[in-house]
Ligand binder design. Sequence first.
Ligand code: NOJ
Ligand code: CA
Length: 669
Amino acid sequence: MKHTARRRHLKSSFALAVVGVTLLPSPSRAQDVELASPDGRNHVAVEVRDGGLYYSVDRDGRKVITPSLLGFEFRDAPPLRDSLRITGTQRDSLDETWTQPWGQVAEVRNHYNEVRVSVAEAGAAGRRFDGGFRAFDDGIAFRYEVPEQPGFGAYEMTDELTEFTLATDGRAWWVPADEWNRYEFLYSASPPSRLGQVHTPLTIEMQDGLNVVIHEADLVDYAGMSLLGTETRTLQAELAPWADGVKVRGTAPLVSPWRTIEMADRPEDLEPATMALNLNPPSRIEDTGWIDPMKYVGIWWSLHIDVETWGSGPRHGATTENTRRYIDFAAENGIGGVLVEGWNLGWDGNWMENADEFSFTEPYPDYDLEALAAYAQERGVELIGHNETSMGIDNYERQMDEAFALYESLGINAIKTGYVGDLTAEGHAHHGQHMVRHWRKVLETAARHRIMVNAHEPIKDTGERRTWPNMLTREGARGMEYAAWGGEGGNPPEHETILFFTRLHGAPMDYTPGIFDILIESADGEPRAPEESRIRTTLAKQLALYVVIYSPLQMAADLPENYEGRPEFQFIRDVPVDWQDTKVLEAEIGDYVVVARQERGGEEWFLGAITDEEGRTFEIPLDFLPDGEWVAEVYADGPDAHWLTNPFPVEISEWPVASGDTLTVRLPP
Ligand code: NOJ
Ligand code: CA
């Protein structure tokens, strides 16, 4: 990554020893420490009350977070919570702009003021730690660092005591964090004071209209954090446990992830979020030239609608012949990748319960891995290797290096991983420290073999793609697949308008858009009835999702035969997956989103607009376009289109436009 340092102060990492630091004399009484963002709007204050350490946040003088507790509890050691005092502060700031190898925006400005607050327990033997606070124009972040010292070496943390006490109630968009099925739930909206245990990012519309997102960044060797409601406006950090109940184990120094509170006046201003990226260290991959965002097709939807099978037998999807067909289709349509699921031994029987049977190197006999990899290369397409672990982490880690070396030797430089299951075989939580370590290990091993990663059933995004830009995309919410499985499943029309501000907050998602067979007729020749699970969308909305939902690996998810001869498919051929710039033009969480994005390395702009089950019309000023003559190529819902009764009509038209013009965007229900 290229860094253009504008003004660089002493350091940006707490682990560095720094010369010339100002340590203020120890305050004799409880003393507030204050920090403001570069634009002066966001403030964080740190103080000691009755021996406890608290922080609070305000914006434009309005309270956002009222004094909220900080600290830890440990097994076999006293909590780090009581009889604390602030012993010093150290200030710093940074303003730099760095270039992403790929992303929603090319240039990212990292601009903040920082204060590191040193804290100690009373008494000569008192332990000490630091709280690092950063104030950005888009929010506040803080993290803990407990150095090695007498009384703190190897530790087992049983609770992180961080609290977030909201100054007002409001409306939080949430999925539960204490149930099975990871992040894959429909979102609900409730006042923060009524929440149970919920995942982050947690997006909240406060009563005074401020938009707030609570999340974390730089999750490296720690447990994932969710938030626990308390029937008040206080949300408590809740860490995903090891099987024995410990939350985080390690040896000092203990460095926590950043806890982040992003703030924006309008929902439109929440995206494209970059604070989490800025809170992660720069790239560990020096030459990123091999990391190449692309669209892909795959032997995948056919498996979910049960036309073909993962396992061996007469309907096996991953055959040599079938894969050649997908490779040909990709090559003919300028699509970069072909995902093949069910190519490797281990899918027969109940694969969700036989994790140890998965081989990541041995193909089924009807799948000629080497010949297909060579054929793909010949046709200018890349095979994407599929690694479903079923949460058999030991089994995967045993084979990982050898498997990735094999893929590298065959020119396979992308994999899709999978973690179907709620706990590891040993009983560790899906989002606990054990799994967080595993996912880092996958990224590091993959980077060594020049492999890009698309993770399903992943840990949430905490900005690690800055450090490991081979971490391209992930699932981590209800994707398109929910519509395939029949019954009453599927996602409601509003789903993507919520995802955009929650799961997708600053983070790519492999949602797998582009289903043209909306009624899933290809499953058995019969269209699905309205009450059955089908894609709750219009066809034009499937196209708009390529602009709205950001993913550097973006699937054209339907069967190739459903794209053949369809003029709408031209849009999927044309749409880029890497962007120079992104602007959210109109948005209301849960209702609608209109986004414009400029392609990276080109001139074209793309505009995507989606709504929920309400029809809406927008007048969009095209003032984001540079001066000059432009042609709008429009794929719009036809006049009588309706997601439930008439999803298919799409009108394709073309006309000249200029920067000062207004585009009328009509979205049916
Ligand atoms: C769930 C993933 O989301 C899906 O994409 C994949 O096909 C199956 N697991 C099997 O690995
Ligand atoms: Ca999934």
